[in-house]
Design a protein around this ligand. Structure first.
Ligand code: MRU
Length: 347
């Protein structure tokens, strides 16, 4: 099944895999209220930039069904309020506001208010379908960079679970595997929420792709000792100059990769590219609850003394000088990114 999908009914619902429970339990949850969808995004029931974009799009379709307004301007007002609530759920991934704005524009283009709910549902479905198709095209472009026998270092989770289906960086890895290339993946566990250990390892197991799970701190060792050919990651927002915001820890990987002559490629749908921001300095960085760090236990014991001050930025920005190229569904952008990213977005 897809990570996020529409569930027919009156009223309809958004159905998603509860990713907080994986890999121990596979549970589907359904939401009939757009505010609950926003909460699910914030609490990371669903996560990964393209997946939260699709969830928010279906959230907008729910908001149109929920509204009691019969008059067009009142309905649009309800939808603008829903858009604000959904966009506030997580700030870094631009796919969220990109999807919400696309749905809002569709509503504004519809003259008949009675037709808006169906129009928004069709638009959300189209956005979700496109995501899968885009990931497969991206996978083809990226897989051309992978040689038989390569070992690829990967951070966080960028697979089917982070998208509607198939994945971005993991989609590239999956395409190379489907092409018959013998590859190996080094999976960063990705502290503090362990998306690598919990989700990427689980997905690779299902796909039969060989992998080794490593502590985040081991990545430099593997790169320095010649055991990595390529680093592939996802991204939550790419600025016009090629600076890349992705899961915390990505910046360190990019610096060490460059120091060891290892290519570093973020893999993104063009909906992740935000040409309105001149550099990564303008990307909002989400700060998540301290409990994500203080809740970690070793041998059953909490590792953090009570009262310790904690900082928990969920993302970091990798300056474009460390980025070899950016893989998209329209091809691979190379420096100078200010030119090549515009071409990718234009298609
Ligand atoms: O906090 P998360 O799990 O939503 O972070 C996910 C990432 O950082 C991914 O690398 C990014 O969203 C791209 S997913 C295709």
């Amino acid at each position: 099944m897809r990570t996020v999908e529409w569930c027919e009914g009156t009223p309809g619902a958004v159905r998603m895999i509860d990713q907080r429970l994986l890999p121990g339990e596979f549970r589907l949850v359904e939401y009939r209220d757009y505010r609950a969808v926003a909460a699910a995004i914030r609490d990371m029931v669903v996560r990964g930039a393209p997946a939260i974009g699709a969830a928010a799009a279906f959230g907008m379709a729910l908001a149109a069904q929920q509204s009691r307004a019969r008059e067009r301007e009142r309905l649009l007002q309800d939808l603008r309020e829903a858009a604000d609530v959904l966009c506030a759920a997580r700030p870094t991934a631009v796919n969220l506001s990109w999807a919400v704005q696309r749905l809002l524009r569709r509503a504004e283009a519809e003259p008949d208010p009675a037709a808006i709910p169906d129009a928004l549902l069709a638009e959300a479905q189209a956005l979700a379908d496109e995501d899968v198709e885009i990931n497969k095209r991206l996978g083809e472009h990226g897989a051309a960079l992978i040689q038989d026998g390569d070992t690829i270092l990967h951070h966080c989770n960028t697979g089917a679970l982070a998208t509607v289906d198939y994945g971005t960086a993991l989609g590239v890895i999956r395409t190379a595997h489907e092409q018959g290339k013998r590859i190996h993946v080094l999976v960063d566990e990705t502290r503090p929420r362990l998306q690598g250990a919990r989700l990427t390892a689980w997905e690779l197991q299902q796909l039969g792709i060989p992998f080794t799970l490593i502590a985040d701190n081991a990545a430099g060792h593997f790169m320095r000792t010649g055991q990595v050919n390529l680093v592939l990651v996802g991204a939550d927002r790419v600025a016009a100059n090629g600076d890349v915001a992705n899961k915390i820890g990505t910046y360190k990987l990019a610096v060490v990769a460059q120091a060891n002559g290892i290519p570093f490629y973020p893999c993104v749908p063009t909906s992740t590219i935000d040409l309105s921001l001149p550099s990564g300095d303008h990307i909002p960085i989400e700060e998540r609850p301290a409990e994500e760090i203080t809740g970690i236990t070793v041998d059953g014991q909490p590792v953090v003394p009570q009262g310790a001050r904690v900082a928990n930025p969920a993302f970091d920005v990798t300056p474009h000088r460390y980025v070899t190229g950016i893989i998209t569904e329209n091809g691979i952008a190379y420096p100078p990114f200010t030119l090549s990213l515009k071409r990718m977005v234009a298609g």
